[in-house]
Design a binder for this molecule. Sequence first.
Ligand code: S5P
Length: 484
Amino acid sequence: MPEADIEALVLSLAEIEAVKFGEFKLKSGLISPIYIDLRVIVSFPDILKKVSDLMWKKVEGASFSVICGVPYTALPIATCMSLTTKVPMLMRRKEIKEYGTKKAIEGTFQQGQTCLIVEDLVTSGASVMETVDPLEAVGLKVSDVVVLIDREQGGGARLASHGLCLHSAFTLTFILETLLRHGKIDPRTAAAAKEFVAKNQTFDQGNVVKDPAESTTKPSIARLPFSERQTMAQCTMAKRLFEVMMKKKSNLAVAADVKTVADLLSVADKVGPHICVLKTHVDLFTSWDDSTVAMLRDLANKHEFLIFEDRKFADIGNTVVGQYEGGIYRIAEWSDMTNAHMVPGPGIIDGLRSVGLSRGKGLLLLAEMSSAGNLANGSYTLATKAAAETNQDFVMGYISQTPNAWPGGPGSPGLIHMTPGVQLSAGGDALGQQYNTPEHVIGVNGSDVIIVGRGIIKATDPAAAAATYQEAAWHAYLNAVQAS
Ligand code: S5P
């Protein structure tokens, strides 16, 4: 596109008030001297076409076979590009769909395909990352992002830190200079806008500083404190677990894998002060009745811990409904959370949700396992991540191993990662269990909660052992937050 046409496009964006000057209050409360709202371009098909053609030119040479617009403003731009170039498009759902397929990404694609992200405006890059994460979670690759306007507030640097290359049709500086040259704004206005940009950088040497104009969602890889993540959690039980962790300064869950209910109650009472969660395998016990349930719940109230029945549901929706609420164990009555494999597909979440959601329960999805040779990895883990992301009303988090290594990182900060296979020194047992240390699990692998069984319950003094693990895991969490 000739330079004169590019300048004409900038002038027409100002004419249709897609770029405005004055005093504008941003979502963050900041007052900005410039306001860019590109939603209006849908009313001007000629401009929309020019915008998409110019953006397309900017990604010449980049390699991709499918494109995806960031909802909503960039959707018509991406559609226009797709119609012109015949490169197929995908759509990301912004809302969680309650019924139907619950897909985060709509459209036809193959795992391993590379997708170009199309966005109207980049400030901090947070909105772009909200689309990159679910695309990567379903196995697509993302390497390039094209935007109409780069506000030059750190978005490019943040995207680069995620390995993404930002291409922009215009920088804000170019827009200001063009409008100034054509007498559309005065030098004072241009200077005020430039100053605002300089003062409101969102990314400084790899750290997110602030996010003034875009979504408040933080990048998934940053280690935000539990206090902040609690406000982002959608599931009631996730909020509750964050609260318990903060109050007790404990991100330790104990796996009470004992043989009798007497031992269960004894262990629960001993380790209770040190834990946020007590994990049970109710089918290990030789008996189970209402009085045991009452005593266990009393201990949970006394020590303020949550109860996680590690049932690992793995059947079709209709079957798990009965298994969760009925049978001898009536798990939904006394446990605060349970977990499920995603092997059967999303019907398993729907089934468990139909029992647990109204009771305020939470579900953990098994995205990875600790045992040697297990099959929960690669695309299975990514599909589980996508299922968790789109069902955050009831899914409170994951059973995972290495969330920091997942494509796109650990996912939404409102989801909690719990990791079994933890002892004070790395190693394993004779049946395939593999152990990492609390520091490694929390600090390196990016988990939130350690789950410890034999390291505590087989210790001569389980209470003292629990205190040791509690301290190690909490320190690892504090260090991880401080370091990010
Ligand atoms: O991948 C997994 C998932 C789970 S929930 N690996 C696991 O070990 N678990 C559970 O964590 C397992 O069923 C057991 O209750 C606990 C680990 O116990 P430990 O004695 O090996 O620490």
